[in-house]
Design a protein around this ligand. Structure first.
Ligand SMILES: *Cc1c(COP(=O)(O)O)cnc(C)c1O
Length: 569
């Protein structure tokens, strides 16, 4: 393998931006991601690699992965380990660094994975790994389980990611022009920078901060993704002091990270010159959550070639050459002959139908539209909203038959998410005969691309304003698949009614309680009749999704904005 021969020295000669993320979806067979955050991190780096933005990424190796999902005969999620072997995909780093955690010296080694690109070089990704023989057995699994373990385990992981990551970059000789925190998990890196940029004690006047805060802020960018307070990590200072032995003076930390508990988001906010939310609506919500901070909006995007089915990509190659590298060109999608786009979509549908049959035995009908829904199974995403009135759903299906494909994992500790999966399976049994339906186990990148390209309508029904952005609907747009979604996250910007897809309800929180009715009304009166009665009208909406949404909600545009507004400010 060519990439196995790569060494970090090939990447240290030019200044880079260091991108820190607890999870990164590097490729489908590397299970170092759990959902949207990791997929976004991967798409961010794939775009940087295409455009040639010099970056280096830092994450944990997560040798035991997230988990593999199976579904038992009762429709319950069963979690299996998802071990992977970094040696098959990456080369060992020739450096190691140490942190003091819980009073023990913990050595951190790691792996170099190179995210390849069209340009030469690619983006180096450091996968930090504490599973090295010198470590105490208690410390060897710190980097094994993505989002596993308790609070103590979590703070150790975050210390390794932030403080360990910074130390590793320095040990390898990287020349860094900035640090980008993708979520607050890596915010300990700011404290490592404070220590690096401390003034000598003899130069200080009484009461003066020993740290060069402006210098650290100047270097840091922070992207927040979580519009719920409970989603931001907070640690008791007792725990922080007991575990994390490499901190600056605790009083200084309190001023920056909160009096009562160490809030990772606060810390990142206070030490980053550029802060952003991931959609315009999310930035507004974040400004209300964190008054006093300038929160910019950089709306997410997805990576062109990663999320477009081969059949549709071949059509773009012919009619919109260059679309992969410059997705803005897809605004010319009207050039594509209707018949060729429709044929390509039928191929993608067939690929999904084949997968559904292979995994579940369910045979889909080639002459009925497919509604697709797949995302992390957690309460606010309301995967069961479509089933809130089964009698109405049956009545709609009698008039305009359709079929449904579902997928998604629940975090092993998210009981309500797991109950959602069970209830979806109950609905599948209950509606059998009336509506062909399948739940595909073990949602991952490969299933995602099959589903967003093979469905006819992509559904999204989160509780406003909890969907920070959402990205699967953008992947659907790249495949000419329109979205029917609650107006939250990116859809507030992306929805042009009847042109790129359709809205469920309006964009006020009050609409949440009427969403089921709105969803049924739209399906019954607008979406399904259009699919059956006006094929040219339907294809016009497919092209609207491509020309208006794929052309804009792509990670090339997102990366150009980060580069010019955050990194080169
Ligand atoms: C895109 C993607 C997600 C995120 O989808 P949302 O619409 O943001 O919820 C989650 N998991 C996988 C595997 C994905 O590909």
């Amino acid at each position: 393998m060519a990439r196995a021969a790569k060494k970090t020295e090939e990447f240290t000669h030019m200044p880079r931006v260091a991108y820190f993320s607890m999870e990164i979806a590097l490729e489908n067979d590397i299970p170092t991601y759990s959902g949207g955050l990791g997929v976004l991190a991967g798409d961010t780096l794939r775009a940087a690699a295409d455009i040639g933005v010099p970056m280096v990424a830092v994450t944990l190796v997560s040798r035991a992965g997230y988990f593999r999902q199976e579904i038992d005969s009762q429709g319950r999620q069963v979690e299996r380990p998802d071990d992977w072997d970094p040696a098959r995909y990456a080369t060992r780093l020739h450096a190691a660094v140490a942190l003091t955690l819980e009073g023990r010296e913990v050595w951190i080694g790691g792996w170099l994975y190179v995210l390849s690109s069209r340009a030469d070089g690619g983006i180096p990704v450091l996968l930090l790994d504490t599973d090295v023989p010198v470590n105490d057995p208690r410390d060897r699994d710190i980097t094994h389980y993505l989002y596993g373990g308790d609070e103590t385990y979590r703070i150790k992981q975050e210390a390794v990611l932030g403080a360990g990551g910074i130390a590793m970059l320095q040990a390898l000789g990287f020349n860094l022009m900035g640090y980008h925190m993708n979520e607050g998990h890596s915010a300990f890196l700011t404290l490592a920078l404070l220590r690096r940029f401390a003034y000598p004690a003899e130069d200080l006047r009484p009461g003066e901060s020993p740290y060069d805060l402006p210098r650290v802020r100047e270097l840091c960018t922070f992207t927040t993704h979580t519009p719920v307070d409970a989603g931001h990590d907070k640690f008791d200072y007792d725990l922080v002091q007991r575990i994390h032995g490499d901190l600056p003076d605790l009083n200084a930390v309190r001023l920056l990270a909160g009096e009562d508990r160490l809030n990772m988001t606060r810390l990142a906010l206070n030490l980053s010159e550029y802060v952003n939310g991931v959609a315009k609506r999310h930035a507004e919500v974040s400004r209300r959550m964190f008054p006093g901070y300038a929160v910019h909006a950089v709306t997410n995007g997805v990576h062109s070639s990663t999320w477009t089915s081969l059949a549709v990509a071949a059509v773009y190659d012919q009619y919109v050459p260059g679309w992969c590298h410059e997705p803005e060109l897809l605004s010319r999608a009207d050039r594509i002959p209707d018949g060729e786009l429709w044929e390509a979509h039928q191929e993608a549908r067939q690929a999904l139908a084949d997968k559904v049959r292979e995994l579940t035995g369910v045979a889909l009908d080639a002459n009925r539209p497919i509604l697709g829904f797949a995302r992390r199974m957690t309460a606010y995403k309301r995967a069961d909203l479509l089933f809130s009135d089964p009698a109405r759903l049956r009545a709609i299906a009698r008039e305009h038959p359709f079929q449904i494909v579902l997928a998604g994992k629940a975090h092993p500790k998210d009981e309500s998410g797991k109950r959602l999966i069970e209830s979806l399976h109950a609905h599948i049994r209950e509606l059998a005969g009336a509506i062909p339906m399948a739940f595909l186990p073990d949602y991952d990148m490969a299933l995602a691309v099959l589903m967003v390209s093979g469905s006819d309508v992509w559904l999204n029904t989160p509780l406003r304003p909890l969907e920070a952005s959402g990205t699967s609907g953008m992947k659907a747009a790249f495949n000419g698949v329109p979205q029917l979604s609650v107006l939250d996250g990116w859809w507030v910007e992306g929805c042009l009614e009847g042109v790129t897809g359709w809205a469920v309800g309006d964009d006020t929180p009050a609409a949440n309680s009427n969403d089921a009715i709105s969803l049924y009304d739209k399906l019954e009166k607008v979406v399904l009749p259009l699919w059956y009665a006006d094929r040219a009208g339907w294809i016009a909406v497919m092209k609207g999704a491509i020309s208006k949404n794929a052309a804009y909600f792509n990670s090339h545009r997102m990366m150009r904005r980060y580069a010019t507004e955050a990194y080169l400010r």
